[in-house]
Design a protein around this ligand. Structure first.
Ligand SMILES: [Zn+2]
Length: 404
């Protein structure tokens, strides 16, 4: 029935059979299911890129509709008695599919006609729809150009009709896609824009598509996947876009048209601040590092060890500070950030320890990721809570490891 009238929502049918089917995933987990065959149906099964309808068969909820060759199988959540039954198609869902699907015909036709880019496949998702275009990468102007041309045809509210004919007859009418199938074929004609073989459901004039918005384009294997939305979805995404922009305008205190410049300015400011922070941390490391090395107690073989479990310190200070400390003869720096478990160990080569070995033994006891050389290692403990214990172990290992 959906072939003859895509707008049919309520219909009468006879239940030919109702048999137990594989359980299906429902709202509250796996649920039992039945498969119902009818003498006629307005329920569209998943096929040709368009998802199936949902709705009601009598009291039973239709949870899936499958194309099984000559039959349309309705998967329902309860048993349905043989005999007469009323069918009701979930109309908002179906009409959404009709808007997206018809919009796809139109958009594909515009890419083909204006830029010679054929559509090789179509997918109608829960949120976004896509067509895959064959050939070179469409430019930004071409994406917008196809969108504008499609919307122009929508504003003109052109009639859409179903035509039947053999492969040869349709080819003679200039059908957009060649088909392999023999026999009587069904084709959808958008007046003055497109003729395309299709078994799906479509709106009756382009005005009902409402609006097409192209949302993105990316490379998928050999082709270019164009994302788009039509109708109510276009209204929704445009509203959501503006809602996000409104939040940004408020937090940045600027007008809509100033947003890109404001964000650019913020990023430049952030980069500038980070540069100054690094310079300040380096200055701090230079002053503090020599002081720490000077005040560290002299141990065995005259080796000094500066060890600190640090709190509230910027992670970017660890490396310059350890490096500065290790500039001093026979000096080792062991620095760990308590909050994050980040650590840097460094030594002046004259200290003669093997920091790589120390780190390895330490990580065996307190897991984490890191590495380095004999004179410099950095790592991050998996558990920041282990910082103090890890430091105690590192100090013990440094004391044990014999100098060269
Ligand atoms: Zn179609």
């Amino acid at each position: 029935m959906y072939y003859d009238d895509a707008y049919l929502q309520n219909f009468d049918a006879r239940v030919l059979s109702c048999s137990p089917a594989e359980p299906v995933q429902g709202a509250s987990g796996i649920q039992p299911a039945w498969e119902v065959l009818l003498d006629q149906t307005a329920f569209y099964p998943s096929s040709g890129g368009q998802p199936n309808d949902l709705g009601l068969l009598g009291e039973a909820a239709v949870v899936d509709v499958r194309d099984e060759g000559d039959e349309v199988a309705h998967i329902v959540d309860r048993e349905v008695a043989k005999g007469g039954v009323k069918g009701c198609v979930n109309w908002p869902r179906r009409f959404d599919h009709m808007q997206q699907h018809t919009g796809q015909h139109l958009l594909s036709a515009m890419f083909q006609e204006r830029f010679g880019m054929p559509t090789v496949s179509f997918h109608l998702g829960e949120e976004i729809c896509t067509i895959d275009l064959h050939g070179r990468e469409p430019s930004r102007d071409e994406l917008i150009g196809a969108q504008r041309a499609a919307n122009k045809a929508i504003f003109e509210d052109r009639p859409i009709s179903v035509r039947y004919g053999t492969r040869e007859q349709l080819a003679g009418l200039g059908v957009r896609k060649e088909v392999e199938r023999e026999g009587l074929l069904r084709a959808i004609e958008i007046e003055g824009a497109d003729l395309q073989p299709c078994g799906g459901t479509h709106v009756k004039s382009t005005g009902q598509i409402g609006m097409i918005l192209v949302r993105g384009c990316s490379k998928v294997r050999q082709d270019w996947r164009v994302e788009f939305v039509c109708g109510k979805r276009a209204e929704q995404v445009a509203t959501e876009d503006f809602e996000r922009e409104r939040v940004l305008m408020k937090s940045l205190g600027c007008a809509l048209e100033e947003l890109p410049a404001a964000v650019e300015r913020l990023a430049a400011e952030r980069d500038g601040n980070f540069k100054s922070l690094r310079a300040a941390l380096q200055q701090l490391a230079t002053v503090w590092g020599s002081q720490l090395a000077l005040n560290a107690p002299v141990g065995e073989n005259g080796v000094r060890v500066v060890s600190m479990v640090m709190q509230g310190t910027h992670p970017e200070l660890l490396q310059p500070l350890a490096t500065e400390i290790a500039k001093n003869e026979r000096t080792v720096a062991l620095l760990i950030l308590e909050e994050s478990g980040q650590l840097v160990f460094a030594q002046n080569p004259t200290a003669g320890k093997d920091l790589g070995g120390v780190l390895k033994s330490m990580l065996a006891a307190h897991p984490g990721k890191g590495g380095g050389s004999k004179d410099f290692v950095r790592a991050k403990l998996a558990e920041a809570g282990a910082s103090a214990a890890a430091m105690e172990m590192a100090k013990r290992l440094i004391a044990q490891v014999k100098g060269e």
